[in-house]
Design a protein around this ligand. Structure first.
Ligand code: F6R
Length: 646
């Protein structure tokens, strides 16, 4: 997730900004940059783009830049590399950037691969101002087209540069002050943003605006103000903060700040006292990244769907697949390749694509697919699913598919990752960085993307308009339902307490929830080291039933769907053998209360979306058991987040 820091005061800004970016490193990022308003003078040679920009000469008819100029440095890679590029006291200019107003950013790519050019801050051609942005501008493609028609050229592939040009365009056309131009430009954007703007023309001035992406203003002593995407970069300077809300904009000067709504109405903001320490802030107040990421799922799912589904029009628009959509929709066969949790998401994808788009699907472990000389025909489409985009076996499967002439698509979370780059087209999850080793929000976003792919394949082929609308309405409603079930965290923790010493667990489900049984078992074993197996519920009779006794907790996913009656029969079989049944079922279903030791309830949704809801209590249960057993939840033994070896 991107990070933002801003500073205005009397100290040198560079070190405060870079230190602030280091504090934001925990959020995950792939590039970093700063812009500092320096006193006027010529820019160093070759200073555009990945160096200093702003030469004191306004081009293109904008207001002349009086004395300040913006020096920008940005680098792909770690903040340490940015530090090196800045040169510090040994730098080519006998020091780093000189100025006491500036902004900084750590970027986690969403539009355009990680690179120096795509890193923030971004500036208009004359370097009059610099802008950093967290979030996604949904209508950036339409805005970009409009601006290109006016002759504007873009250096980067980011949605952020589009916003910069839009602000510039508004200001050029109207001659309005920068804050007004920012305000007007923002009213033309759709999507989520937290932005901070620094101006070369006005060195006593920062603009911050928020809609969907958090921003905090830190009020320091002696005319110092700080801005952060969270409190991590502020806490060593001040504990007095003002939280900007969605639709609010602040103009920050050394002697104070004004907060208005984006529509221009004045606001009185309360100053709050920060009570958290740095470690608590990095994890958003949660004890572990895994819990934070479980709790982030509603917003991750919203980001994943943002700008891609339009329930009113019954449309799905997956920009990354536009060029291949005809081929995908008319595929003879889809082969999903993945490992681990991503393979479980692929199994849900198999049900989704077959039932919605009526195209045959096979799901393969990437490690098996790559070595068994797979038979691929024209008309086959291979989709690789990988959170990291770097898993060695999945990457090898992509290469194998391409060598055999298949169209290879990617569903990745990490933008610019190897699988994302090497596949012919693809869809990003936009789940934000996943830091905990156990995959949680990536799984739900993978299922969400696969649902969108299935619906896009079905659009105009196998689903009528009204059916599409109903499906998309249901999909759009999922994040709020996940929010509701996350409120039951304490109930799940109580359950975990009861079973935390069990040595074995069985997870059973059918249909769409068979892969969830596998995922529940994997989550438990990898972080709590309790042995757990997942099976299709009907398979129980073919072997696992021999294990059932009162020491064997059995988790059933028993949603009221087309398989419900059969699952209830399986529950009865376990109960009859004294097994301890924990069931996950619909919120209003009490039929299982007498048969089960525990019932976890999840909100109602369409059958094919239920994995997005049923997996959540299982993630929470694994998490709590692991914590209660004293395990290292975020870095379980022997496991790596990105498996880049076979
Ligand atoms: C389990 C887990 C792993 C990964 C697997 C594939 O919680 O995280 O099973 O799902 O290693 O990784 P990606 O999705 O990065 O290819």
């Amino acid at each position: 997730m991107c990070g933002i820091v801003g500073y205005i005061g009397d100290r040198e800004a560079e070190e405060i900004l870079v230190k602030g970016l280091e504090r934001l490193e925990y959020r995950g990022y792939d590039s970093a940059g700063v812009a500092v308003v320096e006193a006027g003078g010529a820019a160093p040679e070759g200073a555009a783009g990945n160096g200093a920009v702003g030469d004191g000469q306004a081009k293109g008819g904008a207001a002349a830049i009086p004395s300040g100029r913006l020096a920008v440095r940005k680098k792909k890679g770690k903040v340490g590399q940015l530090r090196e590029a800045l040169g510090g006291t040994n730098g080519p200019r006998g020091g780093g950037l000189r100025g006491s107003v500036g902004i900084g950013h750590t970027r986690w790519a969403t539009h355009g691969a990680p690179s120096d050019v795509n890193a923030h801050p971004h500036t208009p051609p004359d370097g009059r101002f610099a802008l950093v942005h967290n979030g996604i501008i949904e209508n950036y493609a339409a805005l970009k087209e409009r601006l290109q028609e006016k002759g504007r050229e873009f250096e980067s592939s980011t949605d952020t540069e589009v916003l910069v040009h839009l602000i510039d365009d508004v200001q050029q056309a109207t001659g309005l002050p920068l804050e007004e131009a920012v305000r007007q430009a923002l009213t033309q954007t759709v999507g989520a943003y937290g932005i901070v703007v620094a101006s070369a023309e006005n060195p006593d001035f920062l603009i911050a605006a928020r809609n969907g992406s958090p921003l905090i203003l830190g009020v320091g002593d002696d005319g110092e103000h700080f801005i952060g995407s969270d409190a991590a970069p502020l806490i060593e300077h001040t504990r007095q903060v003002v939280y900007l809300e969605d639709g609010e904009m602040a103009v920050v000067r050394r002697d104070g700040y004004d907060v208005k709504t984006i529509e221009g109405a004045d606001l009185e903001k309360e100053i709050h006292e920060l009570e958290w320490d740095l470690e608590e802030i990095e994890k958003g107040g949660y004890e572990h990244f895994m819990l934070k990421e479980i709790m982030e799922q509603p917003t991750a799912l919203e980001d994943c769907m943002r700008g891609r589904i339009n329930p009113d029009k019954g449309q799905v628009l997956l920009g990354g697949l536009t060029e291949v959509m005809d081929r995908l929709g008319s595929a003879d066969r889809v082969i999903l390749v993945a490992c681990g949790t991503s393979w479980h998401a692929a199994l849900v994808g198999e049900y989704l694509i077959e039932s919605l788009a009526k195209v045959p699907v096979e799901v393969e472990y990437a490690s098996e697919f790559r070595y068994r000389e797979p038979i691929l025909r024209e008309g086959d489409v291979v989709i690789a699913i990988s959170q990291s985009g770097e898993t060695a076996d999945t990457l090898a499967a992509v290469r194998e598919a391409q060598e055999r002439g298949a169209l290879a698509l990617g569903v990745c979370n990490v933008v610019g990752s190897t699988i994302a780059r090497e596949t012919d087209a693809g869809v990003y999850l936009h789940a934000g960085p996943e830091i905990g080793v156990a995959s949680t929000k990536a799984f739900t976003c993978q299922v969400c993307v696969l649902a969108m792919i299935a619906l896009a394949m079905a659009e105009g082929r196998t689903l009528a308009d009204d059916q599409m609308q109903a499906h998309l309405d249901a999909l759009a409603g999922v994040p709020d339902k996940v929010r509701t079930e996350l409120k039951r965290d304490e109930e799940v923790a109580d359950l975990a307490k009861v079973y935390r010493y069990a040595a074995n667990f069985l997870y059973l489900g059918r249909g769409y929830n068979f892969p969830v049984a596998l995922e529940g078992a994997l989550k438990l074993k990898e972080i709590s080291y309790i042995h757990a197996e997942g099976y299709p519920a009907a398979e129980m009779k073919h072997g696992p039933i021999a294990l059932i006794d009162r020491f064997m907790p059995v988790v059933f996913i028993a949603m009221k769907d087309s398989t419900y009656d059969k699952v209830v029969s399986n529950i009865e079989e376990v109960a009859a053998r004294d097994g301890a049944v924990i069931a996950i079922t619909n919120a209003d279903n009490h039929e299982l209360d007498d048969l089960c030791e525990y019932v976890m309830r999840v909100p109602e949704t369409m059958e094919y979306l239920s994995p997005l809801l049923t997996v959540v209590p299982l993630q929470l249960m694994s998490y709590h058991m692991a914590v209660m057993r004293g395990c290292d939840v975020d870095q379980p033994r022997n496991l790596a987040k990105s498996v880049t070896v076979e």
